[in-house]
Design a protein around this ligand. Structure first.
Ligand SMILES: Cc1ncc(COP(=O)(O)O)c(C=O)c1O
Length: 256
């Protein structure tokens, strides 16, 4: 399915390809008359509430509402891949918490230090060893690190910090977007932040310049630079990193 790429899109205004004149592409797929899939035979819908590698794409509320409506109408299990968007990165515990759909299963990892499959009682297998991870290096120490990470997030109010510092970041990034034409979009939810460039070459050049100045960033999507500060990032660190990014942009495109 095409993923919603326009955070403000509605069924009427959509030009991201998910919504059609007669509903959504997903609805069409399971439609009794025109669809090609029998909803009874669908094992699950899986999605990233906010796309990571795909380009830090934040879908619209309408997209989320349609997923919720379809999962509910046809009783389809909903799985959320929260491996990048989860664990408070977006300012809420799960990326899905920004939307109306309610996942039955959540996959978490990365910041948790260990891979975890979380699900409702009805879905979780009764049999022992149906879920295991001997080849994935999951172990008791990693599990403990995960548990302590969750404790630290709660104890230090890091979701609040992610939201506050995320807004500070976005403010600065909007200023940079106004100064540099090569930036076509800046977006973010909490501390899942992205700067999109005209071309991949521009993105790569800025990423390299930033690294030379000591600012570590990552690419994603086609021409997107992602910024993933730690959840306990401070106001000063946000300033410093935005200054470094501004200098890197000036290195590549000339002073604004
Ligand atoms: C959103 C997301 N899901 C899942 C994974 C893990 O994939 P795998 O275990 O297949 O490497 C990653 C890894 O980067 C990811 O970013």
């Amino acid at each position: 399915m095409p993923f919603c790429t326009d955070r403000d899109c509605t069924a009427e205004s959509c030009d991201c390809g998910f919504f059609t004149d007669e509903g959504s592409q997903l609805r069409r797929l399971v439609d009794g008359d025109r669809g090609v899939l029998d909803p009874e035979e669908i094992a699950f819908i899986i999605l990233e509430p906010v796309q990571g590698e795909g380009g830090y794409r934040i879908p619209s509320q309408s997209f989320g509402d349609e997923i919720a409506a379809l999962a509910d109408e046809y009783d389809i299990t909903l799985m959320a891949d929260e491996i990048q968007s989860g664990l408070s990165r977006t300012g809420k515990r799960w990326g899905a918490d920004h939307y109306s759909f309610e996942p039955d299963v959540i996959a978490a990892a990365k910041a948790l230090r260990v891979g975890a499959t979380i699900s409702t009682d009805e879905i979780f297998p009764d049999q022992k060893s149906r879920l295991s991870s001997t080849w994935g290096a999951g172990d008791i120490l990693a599990a403990l690190q995960g548990a302590l990470t969750i404790d630290a997030i709660e104890e230090h109010d890091l979701r609040v910090n992610a939201r506050t510092r995320g807004e500070q970041f976005l403010d600065r990034l909007a200023g940079l977007a106004a100064d540099f034409e090569a930036i076509t979009d800046v977006r973010g939810l909490g501390l899942m932040l992205a700067v999109e460039f005209d071309t991949k070459a521009d993105r790569d050049a800025v990423q390299k310049a930033a690294l030379q100045r000591g600012l570590l960033t990552l690419g994603c999507g086609h021409s997107v630079l992602r910024l993933l500060p730690p959840l306990d990032v401070t106001e000063r660190e946000v300033h410093l990193s935005c200054d470094l990014l501004a200098d890197s942009l000036a290195d590549v495109f000339g002073a604004s």
